[in-house]
Every structure is written in structure tokens, then in C-alpha cells.
Ligand binder design. Sequence first.
Ligand code: HEC
Length: 100
Amino acid sequence: MKVLSALAIAAALATSGAAFADADLAKKNACIACHDATAKKLGPTWKDVAAKHKGDKGAEAKLAEVIVKGSKGVYGKIPMPPQAKAAGDAAALAKWIMTH
Ligand code: HEC
């Protein structure tokens, strides 16, 4: 039983660890200056983005491209500047955003 509960704890830690890692990417790349999961800032909330692209199989690839190249006119008048420095993290960020 001890081994089993140790495994369960390890699995739980691994799962929450992954979630932290992706949230950390949003922090590291300063996305959180303009985005939040649920609070409207300059940019749309992660929830709004995930809802907009729900059911679209190509969403992750599309969003990864938007993150690097920027976007304007989709959600309003404020454009998103290109985040070229996030290129290496864009795929992971897009995937994480779609989990909201
Ligand atoms: C200076 C503010 C700002 C920063 C920094 C910023 N964004 Fe944005 N983001 C915006 C705005 C504004 C929009 C809406 C643009 C539009 O209406 O087309 C947006 C839109 C988006 C979208 C939606 C694209 C779509 O087509 O649905 C995603 C995904 C996104 N941002 C991810 C990110 C990620 C990831 C980062 C960090 C690497 C980031 N943003 C950094 C302002 C920002």
C-alpha cells in the first residue's frame, strides 16, 4: 500500500508540475501582461480564446503561429504585437491555452 500511495503522490505531482510549467511559460514570456485565464486585460482571456477555437483541430497550430506573428482585428481594436522571442514556447503555449 505504501508503494501505491507513493505512486499516486508522484503522479499527482507530475500532473500539477506540468500545469505549473505551462503557466510559467506564460509568465516567462510576459503574456500575462495582457492575458489572464478569466480576467479581461488588453488581450482576450485564455478562456475566450479556447472557446473561440473549440472543436477546431488546427487550432493549436494556428494559435502557435499567431503567438509568434501577432494578430489584429479578431477580438477588437487593440492589436497583439508579434512575440518572436516566444517562438520556442509557442506550441506548448497554444496547447496549454486550448485547455482553458
Ligand atoms: C501587449 C499585449 C499582449 C501581449 C504581451 C501578448 N498578447 Fe496575446 N493578444 C493581445 C491582444 C490585444 C489580442 C487580440 C488581437 C486581435 O484582436 O486580433 C491577443 C490575442 C491572442 C491570442 C488569440 C489569437 C486568436 O486568433 O484567437 C492568443 C492565443 C494570444 N494572444 C496568446 C499570447 C501569448 C501566448 C503571449 C505571450 C507569448 C501573448 N499573447 C502576449 C495582446 C497581447
